[in-house]
Design a protein around this ligand. Structure first.
Ligand code: ZN
Length: 609
């Protein structure tokens, strides 16, 4: 057994001290490595750069440690057990790394636990030690790591010894420590903890628990309708609250989240705010990943390679389909109304349609290049890339609608997810040879899931749909696909609006261009990201007056724009264009009784006669 010890030795200096003891190190000289990325966040982050001191010991003597690349070390050959001890600087306030101060500590194993190369299948013991000093005497621990049995084993929420069956498991259970607020509910007989770190006045924890519970039960039952068997023994939602944070990262039995203080519900105020709806959607998203990506995985992630990029074209399925189901589960469980759900679909649809990058990059390509493009977006992103989240969710919606329509409601995308689960997910952590989905394996799963309902014309449609909308850059033909579900698409043109074809920000009171969109007036006139707009036709323009200034013009009008680039003022004449119309989604009065289809889809009828 490999033995790790971690302690927040200097919270004020943001330092965790970690040691790893190997009873039988490689006689040739044991190699250690720290992951360069964390699964779920597809970017090389070089976590080893935060190791500030490292040394090795055996039999009370110091052992030479040779660093041989950015994230690997080799100890000199030694007899008996070997211990490596190191300090990790933890000051990344995100869900992806580690963060420590005198108010709390949080870490992902990928940031703090060295991998013992050649022994990653060995079980691990993890001693989580309370920081020294009276200030920390009330701190507790929240993690989905199982407590070790017997002497020294941690009690629930306590410091002490935990265990993991191998390195993969060790780094898939993040740990939070501090004076957090804790709530608990049961879903399908499994305990779910809700851990909130950070001060939130008048937090309505009972409401949060009451809202999360049906979302979790509905997801468990979606994948296991007969047994309602959850895939984990317990689950932990851990949320770090900041002023305006947002983010989440999925794990096999927990999720690390960030949200803004005002996203969380307030005692005595039962209304559904946009912030709370977004937070519930985020919880639902990460929870859905418990099945879709933490157990049903692309073959490229089975197993993960922590040393480099892991390439797959399938993130449109693992992130996009998860994005489709996150909000869908909110409406199916009655947390939001069908009207609110349609607004969310509309928002995503418009976000996808606004970027011309969707005509240049497919969602399969966007998945593959996530490491260098989606995760490293620059000012040209809307012109160059498509989101595998946003368009992936539309691909899921279109496919779900088509299956429901063609099978007259007998089958749906739920059946496809269930077959993926049965084939790849259910036994992922128990079988000795876990398999992932092949890069070209999705179509066959859909056909199998539809069974007899997979008519030759539907199979032909499916292959064309995946070729055009997933491997190709075609828009998902939603206007047609959504009609049978009682949803109509309209382009709004009630007010004729012109724009410059830019995205802007408020830079200390100045209107700064952050992005220049392909084909727009600003690009044609030579304006660039970083330019500060000063005036339109000699009228000063400010961050909050651009729209008003533009409302005095029509498409085709010319306007002289004064702007500054690198503090040099220049002028350009722009020819204004009509803004791209936004798409509206509306419930259509059902002509041919789509109410059954609609009710099955949403869990409740959206339209009433
Ligand atoms: Zn996700």
């Amino acid at each position: 057994m490999i033995h790790y010890v971690i302690q927040a030795t200097h919270p004020e200096a943001h330092l965790f001290t970690v040691s790893v003891t190997i009873p039988a190190p490689d006689p040739q000289g044991q190699v250690f490595a720290l992951p360069v990325w964390i699964p779920g966040s597809y970017m090389v982050r070089e976590f080893a750069r935060h190791i500030v001191r490292i040394e090795a010991h055996a039999n009370g003597k110091k052992i030479a440690l040779q660093k041989y690349d950015k994230h690997r070390w080799q100890a000199a050959p030694c007899k008996g057990s070997l211990t490596v001890e190191y300090d990790v600087y933890a000051w990344d306030l995100s869900v992806r790394a580690a963060h420590l101060d005198t108010t709390h500590g949080f870490f992902n194993g990928t940031s703090v636990f060295l991998q013992v190369v050649g022994q990653t299948a060995e079980p691990c013991a993890i001693e989580i030690v309370r920081p020294k000093g009276a200030h920390y005497k009330n701190w507790r621990v929240a993690t989905s790591l199982p407590e070790a049995k017997g002497k020294g084993g941690a009690k629930r929420y306590g410091f002490g010894r935990y265990q993991a069956e191998n390195y993969d498991a060790l780094v898939d259970h993040p740990v939070e420590m501090g004076n957090f607020t804790l709530g608990t509910f049961e879903a399908c007989g499994v305990a779910h903890d809700v851990v909130i770190t950070g001060y939130v006045p008048n937090l309505d924890m009972p409401r949060l628990l009451a809202d999360l519970q049906p979302i979790c039960e509905a997801q468990i039952k979606l994948f296991e309708p007969k047994t309602a068997q959850a895939p984990m023994a317990r689950y932990v939602f851990m949320t770090q609250v900041t002023t305006d944070g947002y983010g989440g990262l999925e794990h096999r039995a927990s999720t690390a989240l960030m949200c803004g203080r005002n996203d969380l519900p307030v005692l005595g105020k039962p209304e559904m705010t946009d912030g709370y709806q977004t937070y519930l959607g985020l919880c639902s998203h990460e929870y859905f990943h418990t099945w879709n990506v933490k157990r049903i995985k692309p073959a490229a992630f089975a197993p993960y390679d922590y040393a480099q990029e892991n390439y797959t074209q399938l993130l449109w399925l693992f992130e996009g389909f998860t994005s489709y189901y996150d909000d869908l589960m909110l409406v199916r469980t009655g947390r939001i109304t069908p009207d609110a759900y349609l607004k969310l679909l509309e928002k995503n649809l418009n976000a996808v349609l606004r970027g011309s990058g969707r005509t240049k990059q497919s969602v399969a390509e966007s998945s593959f290049d996530a490491w260098t493009k989606y995760y490293r977006q620059d000012e040209n992103a809307p012109n160059a890339i498509v989101s595998y989240y946003g368009k992936g969710a539309l691909v899921a919606l279109g496919l779900d609608a088509k299956i429901r329509t063609e099978t007259r409601g007998k089958k749906s995308l739920d059946d496809v997810m269930r077959l993926l689960w049965q084939r790849y997910g259910r036994d992922f952590y128990t079988t000795p040879t876990p398999q992932g989905l092949a890069e070209d394996g999705f179509a066959e799963v859909v056909v199998k899931a539809l069974g007899k309902a997979a008519s030759p014309s539907l199979v032909e449609w499916l292959n064309r749909y995946l070729r055009d909308c997933v491997l190709g850059t075609a828009d998902v033909p939603l206007a047609m696909l959504l009609t049978p579900l009682g949803v109509a698409m309209q382009f709004t043109n009630s007010v004729e609006r012109v724009d410059l074809g830019v995205k802007t920000s408020d830079a200390q009171g100045w209107l700064k261009i952050t992005q220049v969109l392909d084909g727009g007036a600003a690009q044609a006139g030579g304006l660039a990201a970083g330019d500060v707009l000063i005036a339109l036709d000699s009228v000063r323009v400010l961050p909050n007056t651009l729209d008003k200034c533009l409302s005095r013009y029509c498409a085709g009008d010319s306007v002289v724009v004064h702007y500054a680039r690198h503090d040099i003022v220049a002028a350009s004449t722009l020819r204004l264009q009509l803004s791209t119309p936004a798409v509206n989604l509306i419930w259509k009065n059902p002509s041919q009784s789509p109410q059954t289809l609609q009710r099955d889809w949403l869990g409740q009828p959206a339209t009433r006669r």
